[in-house]
Design a protein around this ligand. Structure first.
Ligand code: ITT
Length: 193
């Protein structure tokens, strides 16, 4: 089956490609000559994922999925959550986002957090959603240079290393995104039988 992955994040594409069986072939938005940013202004991760997939589906009428992800910190009432990409402002980068979060958690004993991914799939004009969550804690400083986004400050439960200190395969064994992708794969396999 051929699917478009509606993302402009090449790291997500790399992670997901690494998980897919050979029956599922994905292409990114470049293959459609689509180079814009899809707006992400909804108030939940679920709605953003749905909007991204539906936006591309309504433009090209093809089977497509999108991933929306947020980092939710309990003691900050779920912040940055749906605002994870622009936590430190509209023109910020991952370093500024991480610095802001580290500052907000200074002196906080409870550093529990979770990554949540929602994948929205539009297949044959119908919407389906798949969720993946990984629990962990926020480190006091950045560690590691692999991965992307908030990976250097997220320590998954049961580990001493941050996501950015794990290899792509190690992250994929436990990550929020891989949990959601595995549900997507199982669903597609059922459609193919
Ligand atoms: P899309 O084109 O797919 O929307 P994006 O980078 O805008 O890509 P999101 O809105 O889903 O992706 O991500 C929100 C923020 O969370 C953004 O700052 C990402 O860098 C970060 N993020 C997403 N997945 C992550 C992961 O697996 N590890 C660390 N940070 C992640």
């Amino acid at each position: 089956m051929n699917l478009i992955f509606a993302t402009s994040n090449s790291n997500k594409l790399k992670e997901i490609k690494n998980l897919l069986p050979k029956e599922i072939c994905i292409n990114d938005l470049n293959s459609l000559n689509f180079f814009e940013e899809i707006p992400e202004n909804k108030n939940s991760i679920e709605k953003n994922a749905e909007f991204k997939a539906s936006f591309i589906h309504s433009k090209y009428n093809i089977n497509v999925f999108a991933d929306d992800t947020g980092l939710e910190v309990g003691v900050l009432n779920g912040e940055p959550g749906v605002y994870s990409a622009r936590y430190a402002g509209e023109d910020c980068d991952s370093n500024k986002n991480m610095e802001k979060l580290i500052k907000k958690l200074i002196n906080k004993k409870n550093r529990k957090a979770r990554f949540k991914t929602v994948i929205a799939l539009v297949l044959n004009n119908k919407l389906h959603q798949f969720e993946g969550i990984v629990n962990g804690t926020i480190a006091h400083s950045k560690k590691g240079d692999k991965g992307f986004g908030y990976d250097p400050i997220f320590i998954p439960e049961g580990y001493k290393k941050s996501f950015a200190e794990l290899s792509l395969n190690e992250k994929n064994e436990i990550s929020h995104r891989s949990i959601a992708v595995k549900k997507l794969i199982n669903f597609i396999k059922i459609q193919l039988t």
